[in-house]
Design a protein around this ligand. Structure first.
Ligand code: PMP
Length: 419
C-alpha cells in the first residue's frame, strides 16, 4: 500500500494483536500523536480540524482538566468504597444541573454501563422487561444494551423483549406520529407477555441521523410512556453536557423530565466516567433487590476530571457557545444546501448537526463517504450516521468557534463543487 512506512507498521502490529475486533476510521488510518483544542496532530506533522469528536468537549488536552487529573493522580486514586472529597463535590455540582426530583446519582465508567444500569432500574421499578427504542439506536456494548441497540444488530431480528420504532423525523406531525408508533409498540409488548418497562432514547437521535425539530416533540411520547406505567430513560451520552446549546441536557429542549438519565462520553473529557441520575424512589426499588458497585466509577481521578469539565462548561459559557456557533453553522449549511442539490437537509441543535445527502430524491451514502474522504484530504475529520449512512454528523468540541465553522462550510462547499 502507499501508507507511510511508520503507519503501515502500526497497522500490521494492530492486525497481529487485535485481529477482527480492531475498528479504525479511513482506508488510510490516521496516526495521531498529539492534540490541542479543536486540533489533532498526525505523526507527519499534519494538523486536522476535529469536527468528529464530542468526547473532548472542553477541548483536546484541556489544560484545566489535565492539571486536575495530574494533581489528583499524584495525591490519591483508589476504588470507590472509601470516602474522598472530590466525588461529593462533583455529585453536588452535577445534580444541581438537573430538574428537581432527579437528585440521586450512581457513577459508572462508560455510557454502556450507565444504560445497562438504567435498564435494570426500569425492570426493578416496573417488574417488566420490555423496552422501546428507535430503529437505528445505539446505546452501548453490554449484552443487555446490545439488545436495545438495533444499529449493532444489522439484518438480525430484534430481541423478543425489544420493539424499535422509526426515529422522529419530519415533515408533518413528528410528535404525534412518534407517540402513536410508541403506543403501538407498547401494545405489542404487552400482548407478547414481556410487558413495558420503558422508552429509551438518545434525545438528539444521533445514530438515527440527528432528529431535533420541532423542540418539544418528545412530550406526547413521554406522556404515553407514563400512561402505560413505563419509565422514560433519556440517554444523554451524545446530547448531554450542553451540546444542543439550549440547556445542559438534551431532554430540556423538549420540556420533559425523564425518570432516569444516563451519561458518559464528554463527562470526563476522555477520562472514563459515566453516570446514571434518577429519582430516589427508583434507586431505592433497584437497590432493594441488588446493590450496585463499580470499582472505578467516579474514582478520585475520574471525579477530578469531571469536575474540571463542568467548571469549564459553566465558566466559559460553552452552552451558549454551542447555541451561537451551532446556529451560525446551521444557517451557513442551509445556505450551502441552496447551491448544492446533493444536500437534502441541514438540521440539528447547537453543536450537534446533521447534513443529509440525497441523489434523485433517495438517500446517498456514496456522497457522504465521498465527503468524509474529501474533507480528510482538506484536513477535517468528520463522520456519518443514519439508517443509510447518508447523514454527515457534525459534533466538534464545544469550544468550536465561528471561524472553525467557516473552515468546515467552505471545505464542504469546495468538496461538493469538485465531486
Ligand atoms: N449511548 C449513546 C447514545 C452512544 O452514542 C454511546 C457511544 N457511542 C453509548 C451510549 C455507549 O457509550 P460507551 O461507548 O461509553 O459505552
Amino acid at each position: 500500500s502507499d501508507l507511510p512506512p511508520e503507519t503501515a507498521a502500526l497497522v500490521a502490529r494492530r492486525q497481529r494483536s487485535f485481529g477482527p475486533t480492531s475498528v479504525l476510521f479511513y482506508d488510510r488510518p490516521l496516526h495521531v500523536v498529539s492534540a490541542d483544542g479543536v486540533w489533532l496532530q498526525e505523526a507527519d506533522g499534519k494538523r486536522y480540524l476535529d469536527v468528529y469528536n464530542n468526547v473532548p468537549s472542553v477541548g483536546h488536552c484541556n489544560p484545566r482538566v489535565a492539571a486536575a487529573v495530574a494533581k489528583q493522580v499524584a495525591t490519591l486514586n483508589i476504588h470507590t468504597r472509601y470516602l474522598y472529597d472530590v466525588v461529593h463535590t462533583y455529585a453536588e455540582r452535577l445534580l444541581a444541573t438537573f430538574p428537581e426530583g432527579l437528585d440521586k446519582v450512581a457513577f459508572t465508567c462508560t455510557g454502556s454501563e450507565s444504560n445497562d444500569l438504567a435498564l435494570r432500574i426500569a425492570t426493578a421499578a416496573t417488574g417488566k422487561r420490555g423496552f422501546v427504542v428507535t430503529e437505528m439506536a445505539y446505546h452501548g456494548n453490554t449484552t443487555a444494551v446490545t439488545d436495545v441497540s438495533p444499529s449493532s444488530r444489522p439484518g438480525q431480528p430484534l430481541a423478543p423483549h425489544v420493539r424499535a420504532i422509526p426515529a422522529p423525523f419530519g415533515p408533518g406531525d413528528v410528535a404525534g406520529r412518534f407517540a402513536a408508533d410508541l403506543e403501538a409498540a407498547i401494545a405489542d409488548l404487552e400482548a407478547s407477555g414481556h410487558g413495558f418497562a420503558g422508552l429509551l432514547v438518545d434525545t438528539i437521535f444521533s445514530s438515527d441521523g440527528v432528529a431535533a425539530d420541532p423542540a418539544g416533540f418528545l412530550a406526547p411520547a413521554v406522556e404515553a410512556t407514563r400512561r402505560a406505567g413505563g419509565l422514560f430513560i433519556a440517554d444523554e451520552v451524545q446530547p448531554g453536557f450542553g451540546r444542543t446549546g439550549a440547556a445542559m441536557w438534551g431532554f430540556q429542549r423538549h420540556s420533559v423530565t425523564p425518570d432516569v438519565v444516563t451519561m458518559g462520553k464528554p463527562m470526563g473529557n476522555g477520562i472514563p466516567i459515566g453516570g446514571v441520575v434518577a429519582r430516589l424512589d427508583l434507586m431505592q426499588r433497584f437497590a432493594a433487590s441488588v446493590g450496585y458497585f463499580n470499582t472505578f466509577g467516579g474514582n478520585p481521578v475520574a471525579s477530578a476530571a469531571a469536575l474540571a469539565v463542568l467548571q469549564e462548561i459553566e465558566e466559559r459559557g460553552l452552552v451558549a457557545n454551542a447555541a451561537d456557533v451551532g446556529g451560525y453553522m446551521l444557517a451557513r449549511l442551509k445556505a450551502l444546501g441552496q447551491r448544492h442539490g446533493e444536500i437534502g437537509e441541514a438540521r440539528g441543535a447547537g453543536l450537534y448537526l446533521g447534513v443529509e445527502f440525497v441523489a434523485d430524491g433517495a438517500p446517498a451514502p456514496e456522497i457522504a463517504s465521498y465527503v468524509i474522504n474529501a474533507l480528510r484530504g482538506r484536513r477535517i475529520l468528520i463522520g456519518a450516521a443514519g439508517r443509510y449512512g447518508n447523514v454527515l454528523k457534525i459534533r466538534p468540541p464545544l469550544i468550536f468557534e465561528r471561524a472553525h465553522a467557516d473552515m468546515l462550510v467552505e471545505a464542504l462547499d469546495d468538496a461538493l463543487a469538485s465531486r
